[in-house]
Design a protein around this ligand. Structure first.
Ligand code: NAD
Ligand code: WQD
Length: 343
């Protein structure tokens, strides 16, 4: 029998790609729990079309403890939770801090209570490279000190990690993995599932594809006078399917008792820094289109460069990136064109 895994945020960007990877692996039955506050239930149909497998989805707010616990009453024998559900927009978190503290922390508290009440074995938590803040030394390893939080969003991830550390110390039945993602981009290579970005996205890749398709007029490169190889900022972009795959590997790692502590932390990045101008160049070359962009001022709060040392995940999880920058820009563009055809 397949092992049941609750995937909170399962209709979101990374959650839906993780449903696909879990199904492809074959050992697990993922069950999505997502209120769709930042997504749509139709995503489940996309996942089903890609995998050919029916996926259960409970449209529930995880901050509503009774409704969330009811899922476990209905779904007997759940063994673990992958907890993606959260708000993730940095500027929005600065504008509405309490909304972020409430949603990201109340949901996690309920997830941990569910782990206790239903005696779950595994928890995987979505953390973020944003917890490192303005790093002094590159590449970033898991031992790089956590920085001063630069926004409420990053702060919720720092607090979340600590909550899991303290909780697992008191709950020997639960083994956990914290995954710190760098910059997830790209979509399913089929072009049939992908990120549903807001109308005014903040992140580079959805802006690139929206400018490409004509939804947005122009892309501004935020800063070309940084001390980097071409003056623009450097980030560690990683294909979303590789991020998703790491969650399957993390579950197997716990299942095979390869962990040496009850709470293990891994960076998830490609290990390669790519500049904004290099990303634009790759997008234009791979997809054969010209992007309308201008060189502009620095964006406040941006660090010049950050990229990961992912050796720990490579060695202990047996995980490696399968996709590079070309697949990232190709799949991002494929999905944007698919969305344009749908509407
Ligand atoms: P997303 O917004 O696409 O997905 C999050 C999902 O959670 C959405 O479908 C939303 O409807 C759901 N959700 C939010 N609050 C909920 C609640 N209270 N109850 C039920 N459902 C709720 O975001 P994503 O990019 O897939 O991010 C997933 C996780 O990864 C988040 O925790 C995010 O902080 C983290 N993360 C994302 C990135 C990134 O750049 N995408 C980077 C680092 C970490
Ligand atoms: C990437 C680069 C911009 C838009 C954020 C969060 C982080 C994580 C991922 C959740 C930067 C440049 C962007 C534009 C540009 N999310 N850029 N023009 O800021 O590295 O990370 O998302 O955990 O926590 O902080 O990602 O995609 O916004 O920017 O030149 O119109 O693209 O300056 O160098 P960022 P991003």
């Amino acid at each position: 029998m397949k092992k049941k895994i609750i995937v909170t945020g399962g209709t979101g960007y990374i959650g839906s790609h993780t449903l696909i990877e879990l199904i492809k692996n074959g050992e697990f039955e993922p069950i999505a729990v997502d209120s769709c506050v930042r997504s749509t239930p139709e995503t489940i149909q996309r996942v089903e079309a890609i995998t050919g497998v029916r996926v259960k989805h409970y449209q529930v707010d995880i901050c509503d403890k009774n409704a969330f616990f009811n899922v476990f009453e209905l779904e007997k024998e759940v063994v673990g939770i992958i907890h993606f559900a959260a708000f993730k927009c940095v500027p929005e978190s600065v504008e509405k801090p309490l909304m972020y503290y409430h949603n990201n922390l109340q949901s996690l508290e309920n997830v941990l209570e569910a782990c206790e009440k239903f005696q779950l074995q595994y928890l995987i938590f979505s953390s973020s490279a944003s917890i490192y803040g303005d790093v002094k030394e590159l590449p970033v390893t898991e031992n790089t000190p956590v920085g001063i939080p630069f926004c409420p969003y990053a702060h919720t991830k720092q607090i979340g990690e600590q909550m899991i550390h303290f909780f697992t110390q008191q709950h020997p039945h639960l083994q956990s993995v914290i995954l710190r993602y760098f910059n997830p981009v790209g979509n399913d290579m089929s072009g049939l599932n992908g990120e549903l970005s807001p109308d005014k996205p903040n992140n580079l890749m959805p802006i690139v594809t929206q400018v490409g398709i004509g939804k947005m007029k122009q892309l501004t490169v935020f800063g070309t006078d940084y001390d980097t190889r071409d003056g623009s900022c450097i980030r560690d972009y990683i294909h979303v399917c590789d991020i998703a795959d790491a969650h399957v590997k993390a579950l197997l790692f716990l299942e095979n008792q390869k962990n040496t502590s009850r709470c293990e932390t891994f960076n998830l990045g490609s290990g390669n820094g790519v500049s904004v101008l290099e990303m634009i160049d790759a997008f234009e070359k791979v997809n054969g289109i010209k992007l309308n962009y201008v060189l502009g001022e620095r964006r406040p709060g941006d660090v010049p460069a950050i990229y990961s040392d992912s050796t720990r995940a490579n060695q202990l999880l047996g995980w490696e990136c399968r996709y590079g920058i070309n697949e990232m820009v190709e799949s991002a563009w494929k999905w944007e064109k698919h969305l344009a055809q749908e509407h």
